[in-house]
Design a protein around this ligand. Structure first.
Ligand SMILES: [Zn+2]
Length: 380
């Protein structure tokens, strides 16, 4: 469609100019010399100069409204935002536009500003559109994108609350509170951080990120009991993140001298889920207390139940320690280690983006809380 629009641009320019002349003089006359100049540029493959001339020739009025609007959108999609802005600004100057046309042009102009990084101007225009019922949700959604990009979390929360009421769609408000909390945490303002964490959990009791921050704060404060409560909450919030807390829980229970209790907890987790991390953690404890063979048996059982590269690697490592290794086993161990070396640990459930680091806001599709630890043969 866009290609067709490019081809029709000289035609639109010619007809637009003729119609304008006809309306003024009541009869069609010759084409403007500028048209031939534009055509000359067009034929000599200087499209930029040709386009500027053709656009000037098409009178901006109610009849050519859609052509101008489409051209503006086309320029924006091609990354030529300055041209898009110029065209959409000209449309808005038409005094006879009806409110619907005006709102449509304003919405496109605001998106031009947004794409150009002129967030203040985009924000102003989107706010103007909030009076139009049809544009309330789209304008609020775009404002939210701006505030997310600008990391203005307080404003993002206000807008998201309005959107939730209007669209009945769950918004990532708890994530915005967590973002704010992280900022205060960086500045060492712990009271404000904790306050925001409570707000995040109040608005979304299943917010894993809030539990992580709460537990990390407790850890920094050597409050192991509080950290254990927050880390253990993750299982009930979203068990897919359970592998993320095992190591820290192990540390906390060790710090308070309650490894037995941790072992009971791990056993419960193993009975409920199939992830390898709790198995490896339990194997470590068993290795220290009952010896390598018991640990190998536990991992071997897990390998049969749910094979994964991590379990194979740990099995081989323990086998090596137990002096049952040979050259082939060493080679296999090194190969698996190599395979795991550059492996991503997390994957976005929405777009498939993978990373070795956990992002709460997917860098690819910009969705919140969609990245989860990878499970399966090459995961946990
Ligand atoms: Zn994604």
């Amino acid at each position: 469609m866009s290609f067709l629009l490019w081809l029709l641009l000289p035609v639109a320019a010619a007809s637009g100019w003729l119609v304008a002349r006809h309306q003024k003089r009541r009869k069609p006359i010759y084409l403007s010399p500028d048209y031939f100049k534009g055509l000359d540029y067009w034929l000599h493959e200087e499209p930029d100069k040709a386009i500027d001339i053709f656009i000037k020739l098409i009178d901006v009025n109610n009849q050519t409204f859609e052509t101008h609007l489409a051209l503006g959108v086309l320029f924006r999609r091609r990354g030529e935002v300055n041209r898009a802005i110029h065209i959409h600004q000209n449309i808005i100057k038409i005094p006879t536009l009806d409110p619907q046309q005006r709102h449509l042009a304003l919405f496109e102009l605001a998106q031009d500003y947004q794409n150009a990084g002129l967030f203040d101007r985009a924000e102003d225009v989107f706010k103007q559109l909030l009076i139009a019922d049809n544009y309330k949700i789209p304008a609020l959604s775009q404002l939210l994108k701006i505030y997310e990009q600008e990391q203005e979390w307080k404003k993002a929360i206000e807008i998201a609350q309005k959107l939730e009421k209007l669209s009945a769609k769950k918004m990532p408000i708890a994530q915005y509170y967590c973002e704010q909390a992280e900022k205060y945490r960086e500045q060492g303002q712990i009271d404000q951080t904790q306050q925001l964490i409570l707000q995040a959990l109040h608005i979304d009791p299943f917010c894993v990120r809030a539990s992580f921050i709460e537990a990390e704060l407790a850890l920094e404060n050597n409050d192991y009991q509080k950290a254990i409560v927050a880390f253990k909450r993750v299982e009930t919030q979203d068990h897919q993140y359970i592998t993320e807390v095992i190591k820290n829980l192990h540390f906390c229970y060790k710090a308070i001298g309650q490894i037995d209790e941790f072992t009971v907890y791990l056993q419960k987790i193993l009975d409920s889920y199939d992830e390898i991390t709790p198995v490896l953690s339990l194997a470590k404890i068993i290795q220290q207390e009952l010896g390598e063979q018991q640990a190998i048996n536990l991992i071997a059982k897990q390998m049969l139940k749910r094979p994964s590269l991590c379990s194979i690697k740990s099995f081989l490592a323990l086998s090596n320690i137990n002096n049952i290794s040979n050259e082939s086993l060493v080679l296999l161990h090194d190969t698996v280690t190599q395979l795991l070396k550059n492996k991503a640990f997390y994957k976005c459930n929405n777009c498939g983006f993978t990373a070795r680091k956990l992002y709460w806001h997917c860098p690819s599709c910009k969705q919140w809380n969609t990245m989860k630890p990878i499970q399966g043969i090459d995961g946990d």
